[in-house]
Write a protein that binds this ligand. Structure first.
Ligand SMILES: Cc1cc2nc3c(=O)[nH]c(=O)nc-3n(C[C@H](O)[C@H](O)[C@H](O)COP(=O)(O)O)c2cc1C
Length: 304
């Protein structure tokens, strides 16, 4: 296999950075909220972010300095207060998250600039970011100075997890969380499909679907078997099973109708004579509901 070798010692640091962020992908994003000693809230994303251990749970973010050589506000606040919150970024939070990556003068709150809601934390003063399904309250363990960055290592002292994200085993279902992964430049990966690989190497795919889909279903008057309204369903969580030429996919609330439409038109390629059968199950406050409709042309439903 032909390839090239790149000696980083000969690279301009900016090119080394570009290479790093294009090969180490996708990176999870810590949306870090902090507060200054005089009470100004701050939020910024960091994709040099990792879990370090479980006993106790430890995490790290690498905060580079600004071009001026000053520390970023996040690092200043973390060092001054010893506290920070890591909020996980779902696809829905992407645009607001990117807004908070703009450098504002110290003391200007990204919460205000990006229209974020500050929710109180339980054990620390730094606020959580409203709307994020997962937030980790962290206390600073130490800051290491490595490669021009302050590696802020923190202990997670409290996990906040939205109920709707939990699966039946009490852990977070990645498809429901649908975290953004950072790629190079302005690119992000979404999580719309997972595969499980068992010890024999057999794989199984799980897909997800979005609340928009519930609206799509309502607009197209798909019969509901019980009395729950689609508004109620949309406030809950659900799964949709699509049977297309014998394929059954499992979808949850993170797919857009558009994405699903293109997926159906492409990957699952409904033929003119193909009729899809859809069965959607949803849960609202513990009640099960069934929406179903048999024998509609897949193309009609999704492309119209
Ligand atoms: C998705 C994303 C990931 C980022 N990751 C990092 C990172 O790992 N380290 C870093 O120093 N800056 C990173 N940045 C840039 C900071 O978010 C940016 O410098 C921000 O203005 C810092 O804000 P602050 O001064 O309020 O701390 C990232 C930006 C984006 C959009």
């Amino acid at each position: 296999m032909a390839g090239m070798q790149i000696d980083p010692s000969g690279l301009d640091p900016r090119d080394a950075y570009r290479l790093m962020i294009s090969v180490i992908v996708p990176r999870p994003i810590a949306w870090v909220s902090t507060v200054s000693p005089d009470g100004a809230t701050n939020a910024a994303p960091f994709s040099y972010f990792q879990a370090l251990g479980g006993k106790p749970p430890m995490v790290m973010i690498a905060v580079g300095d600004r071009r001026t050589g000053e520390h970023k506000d996040t690092r200043r606040n973390i060092e001054a207060t010893g506290e920070f919150v890591i909020n996980m970024v779902g696809e829905r939070e992407g645009p607001a998250m990117v807004k908070t990556s703009i450098d504002h003068p110290y003391g200007v709150s990204e919460f205000d600039e990006a229209g974020l809601t500050a929710l109180p934390s339980e054990l620390i003063k730094a606020p959580r970011i409203g709307g994020c399904g997962v937030s980790l309250e962290c206390k600073l363990d130490r800051v290491l100075e490595i490669a021009g960055s302050g590696i802020c290592i923190g202990e997670v002292v409290l996990f906040h997890v939205e109920d709707a994200l939990l699966d039946e085993n009490g852990v977070v279902d990645p498809l429901r969380l649908n975290p953004l992964g950072r790629l190079g430049g302005s690119g992000y990966a979404t999580l719309r499909e997972t595969i499980s690989i068992d010890s024999t190497g057999a794989t199984q795919t799980t897909w997800s679907a979005k609340l928009d889909l519930w609206r799509e279903l309502r607009e197209r008057s798909i019969a509901m078997v019980n009395a729950l309204s689609v508004e109620q369903l949309a406030a809950g969580s659900g799964r949709i099973f699509l049977e297309l030429a014998g394929q059954e996919g499992e979808w949850d609330s993170s797919w857009s109708a558009d994405r699903l439409a293109s997926e159906l038109a492409g990957q699952h390629a409904p033929q003119d004579d193909l009729h899809a059968r859809i069965r959607a199950e949803a849960w609202y406050q513990g009640q099960a509901a069934l929406i179903h409709r048999d024998d509609f042309p897949g193309a009609d439903l999704w492309r119209a």
